[in-house]
Design a protein around this ligand. Structure first.
Ligand SMILES: CCCCCCCCCCCCC[C@H](O)CC(=O)SCCNC(=O)CCNC(=O)[C@H](O)C(C)(C)COP(=O)(O)OP(=O)(O)OC[C@H]1O[C@@H](n2cnc3c(N)ncnc32)[C@H](O)[C@@H]1OP(=O)(O)O
Ligand SMILES: NC(=O)c1ccc[n+]([C@@H]2O[C@H](COP(=O)([O-])OP(=O)(O)OC[C@H]3O[C@@H](n4cnc5c(N)ncnc54)[C@H](O)[C@@H]3O)[C@@H](O)[C@H]2O)c1
Length: 719
């Protein structure tokens, strides 16, 4: 709703009231229409101020309404009525003015912002465009290049940048509403014609065609199949080339296409999923809202290799004091230099001072005695980690949380070796840890709810998409990756090439296909794991039996490449070749292709033609199938958890919503049918055997994804 008051005798003050972000729901829109009408018809009112309650102007259209039959007054005429008013209307912007919120402000004649406010048109990240006139007014106000930048990226700008761009007229450090009321009084009676943005021509731009061509090319490249950024460019082009009314018509047409697209549904699902994972729950019944986190002011990182360095940077950038421990003196010195460099570069990018003094380096584990939380990142070796955890238990003050960054070891086993297993959780960061958004918080049956709550809260503070997951081999992300990679290997055996597989996955929207990704992260990582699992066999045995290991189909292709010293980018050779070790540009490698030919001949495999659809179905459905096992096992609390993990940590294209959302879009019955089809063709591949949860969901009528939680509970209770 919107509340109306008369202040300073002759200013009508309209306050948007719809917690938590004053989204423009039907009731709010109705409230605005009514109160604007009231202010305009009151002869005592000379000017009007619109603000939002609780320090936030407006978070935009109510996204929850998009999936229902929208009722109430539409936004466009509402904003038009404000712009056409014969009394000045001033937007008082505190907190955020985003999407429809900024469009509302652009309909006002003046905008006053608090210095801490953030403004933007982030619709593109929801698969939409600013369709309440934003795509037409913003270019008229700030010019085509700046508007293109804001609308195609959806980035939020600070009040200072908004002032510089000309989006706002004044910035204040004081009470924004009071400043706006004062301003409204000062402009009462002035001509409003120059203040109606829709009547402005778009500022002239030399070589408009060249500009749009260049921007469109860039946007297409970075969109990786997302359609909204392209529609945003088209809408701004309409603003630059058409009269306002025709531009609005174009904006409406483009929005109609986007609004009903699967991509908009996927992106809006991601928006809510990212918030839903914060409301974590454990099978024990412990939950986010009943578990109080402990305060963490001081943390320690043990082991300053690749991961420990990034974790130290992430903690220090969050404002924590960090004790960074490394046993090897040389490693410690190198780490100090690397961490300082990362902190300096990060601070430069954000225009702040580097938190160099926030980190204390030590070779002695005793230095961590008074920290609130420790993150261990030593070598992936259970004996070493156990020793470190026992040392930590002896050294740290009572109650210190002990976290491990292990990627594959058993968190429960580690916990059970300490006197206080309830204080142990996994904090699984991804490399580079100060950059990657994802954090898996791994709880075991003995982890206390408080420990989970503390790790989740710290993750959030670090700006990570933090997802609480149960303990199992590979946790959620890496567990699902295993069948995906294995299918890619099998496809090579059957006739595909790394180029074909990668192209199919990159056209789907992954930034890198599985083989380019494997070259980047290093083929030796998986080799070491397979060796540890007893899967790697020496020798040149041939035929089908040589490719059945531990009772299931196995492809030794990755092992054979490693035996050749082909570890990927770091050695200049892997699934592709590189100009030199460390180079990033993957090139076709004739050696690899003759190697594949010889391998197939040795094993009696006849190459067949494999198309993109088979690549996608086998790699992605195998991964999704594992996701259903994970849900069935209770390792992830819901499909949103899996989807957030894949979108924020594994490059799953956001406009496809994550693997479980994708399965829901494709149709569960279709996924099941294709898995059954491939399972019949490859009976020795267990990961193609459809999960029993998938079967049961299909049998129960394939409920939509938001009902899976209920369905899973019901199905489990029937077991
Ligand atoms: C048949 C064809 C018809 C075609 C034509 C149809 C035309 C329809 C007319 C459309 C007109 C277009 C209007 C406009 O251009 C479109 C929009 O405005 S889209 C919305 C744009 N806004 C945003 O993207 C902002 C989203 N929000 C945020 O970024 C953040 O929430 C925030 C505002 C910066 C605040 O951040 P925080 O303080 O961290 O809080 P949270 O993020 O945790 O949010 C708290 C809580 O609020 C919920 N929420 C936030 N924003 C919205 C919103 N806009 N609508 C609904 N709900 C919102 C959020 O989900 C949290 O709740 P929870 O999920 O935790 O329950
Ligand atoms: N590298 C990745 O991509 C990645 C991603 C996620 C998780 N992990 C996990 O993170 C952990 C660390 O991996 P990494 O890649 O950073 O390893 P790394 O080999 O780069 O670094 C490990 C560091 O630990 C130090 N160390 C060994 N014993 C120590 C001790 N007792 N006290 C203090 N320091 C000690 C070593 O000197 C070394 O500097 C592993 O458990 C790994 O599985 C790695």
């Amino acid at each position: 709703m919107a509340e109306y008051n008369r202040v300073s005798e002759c200013v009508g003050l309209i306050t948007l009231r719809n917690p938590p972000v004053n989204a423009l729901s039907a009731a709010v829109r109705q409230g605005i229409v009514d109160t604007v009408q009231r202010a305009l018809s009151d002869p005592n009112v000379k000017s009007v101020v619109i603000c939002g309650q609780n320090g936030i102007f407006c978070g935009g259209a109510d996204i929850k309404e998009f999936r229902s039959n929208m009722t109430g007054p539409p936004l466009i005429p509402m904003i038009h009525a404000i712009e056409s008013a014969n009394k000045p209307v001033v937007a008082a912007i505190e907190g955020s003015a985003l999407g429809g919120g900024l469009e509302l402000a652009l309909g006002c004649h003046y905008r006053i912002a608090h210095s801490k406010a953030r403004l933007g048109l982030p619709e593109v990240s929801l698969g939409l465009l600013p369709a309440a006139g934003g795509s037409q007014r913003l270019p008229r106000l700030i010019g085509v290049p700046a508007a293109l930048n804001l609308i195609t990226t959806g980035r939020h700008v600070t009040a200072a940048e908004a002032l510089q761009l000309g989006i706002v007229d004044q910035v204040t450090d004081h009470n924004t509403v009071a400043a706006a009321v004062k301003f409204a009084l000062s402009v009462a009676g002035r001509s409003l014609d120059p203040r109606r943005i829709s009547t402005h021509p778009c500022p002239q731009q030399p070589d408009l065609d060249a500009l749009f061509e260049e921007v469109m090319q860039k946007v297409r490249q970075s969109a990786r199949g997302a359609i909204a950024p392209i529609a945003c460019v088209q809408a701004v082009r309409a603003a630059a080339t058409l009269p306002y009314a025709q531009g609005m018509e174009r904006e409406r047409e483009l929005m109609a296409t986007l609004f009903t697209s699967g991509q908009a549904r996927a992106l809006q699902y991601c928006f809510f999923a990212e918030r839903a994972v914060g409301r974590w729950r454990m099978p024990s019944g412990a939950r986010w809202d009943t578990s109080k986190p402990r305060p963490v002011h001081k943390a320690a990182v043990i082991g300053l290799g690749t991961m420990g360095r990034g974790i130290t940077v992430a903690l220090a950038q969050t404002g924590l004091s960090v004790i960074a421990v490394e046993t090897q003196e040389k490693q410690l010195m190198e780490a100090k230099q690397a961490i300082s460099g990362m902190l300096e570069r990060g601070a430069k990018g954000r225009g702040v001072a580097p938190a160099l003094d926030g980190v204390i380096y030590s070779q002695n584990i005793q230095a961590v005695a008074d920290v609130d939380l420790v993150i261990e990142a030593v070598f992936e070796d259970i004996a070493l980690k156990t020793k470190v955890f026992q040392q930590l238990s002896a050294v740290c003050k009572p109650g210190t949380l002990l976290c491990t960054n292990t990627s594959a070891l058993d968190v429960d086993q580690l916990a059970s070796e300490t006197p206080n297993p309830e204080l142990v959780v996994g904090m699984h960061f991804f490399a580079p840890a100060h950059v990657m958004k994802l954090l898996e918080v791994v709880y075991g049956p003995r982890s206390s709810p408080q420990a989970v709550a503390t790790a989740m809260q710290l993750g959030k503070k670090m700006g990570k998409a933090s997802v609480a997951v149960g303990n199992c081999r590979g946790f959620v992300g890496n567990r699902m990756l295993k069948p995906y990679i294995e299918e890619a290997f099998f496809l090579l055996e059957e006739g595909a090439t790394p180029e074909l597989v990668d192209q199919a996955l990159e056209e789907f929207g992954f930034p890198m296909g599985v083989f380019r990704m494997s070259d980047l992260s290093g083929l030796d990582v998986g080799w070491r794991v397979r060796k540890g699992d007893g899967l790697v066999e020496p020798g040149t045995a041939s035929g089908r039996s040589a490719r059945i290991r531990q009772g299931r189909r196995y492809s030794p292709l990755g092992d054979l490449l490693c035996e050749e010293g082909r570890f990927g980018q770091k050695t200049g050779r892997g699934w592709y070749q590189y100009d030199k070790p460390g180079s990033r540009v993957a090139r076709f490698d004739p050696w690899l292709h003759s190697f594949l030919g010889a391998y197939r001949a040795q094993h009696g495999l006849v190459a067949r033609r494999i198309d993109h659809q088979e690549v996608l179905e086998r790699c992605l459905y195998a991964l999704i199938n594992e996701g259903f096992h994970i849900l069935d096992d209770g390792i992830a609390a819901g499909p949103e958890d899996i989807d957030v993990i894949y979108v924020s940590g594994y490059g799953w294209p956001r406009h496809r919503g994550g693997p479980m959302f994708y399965a829901n879009m494709v149709g569960l019955a279709k996924v099941l049918e294709r898995l059954e089809h491939y399972q019949q063709l490859h009976p020795e591949v267990p990961h193609l055997q459809p999960s029993s949860l998938l079967r049961r969901l299909v049998a129960s009528g394939s409920p939509p994804i938001h009902k899976w939680g209920e369905a899973i509970k019901k199905l489990h209770s029937q077991l």
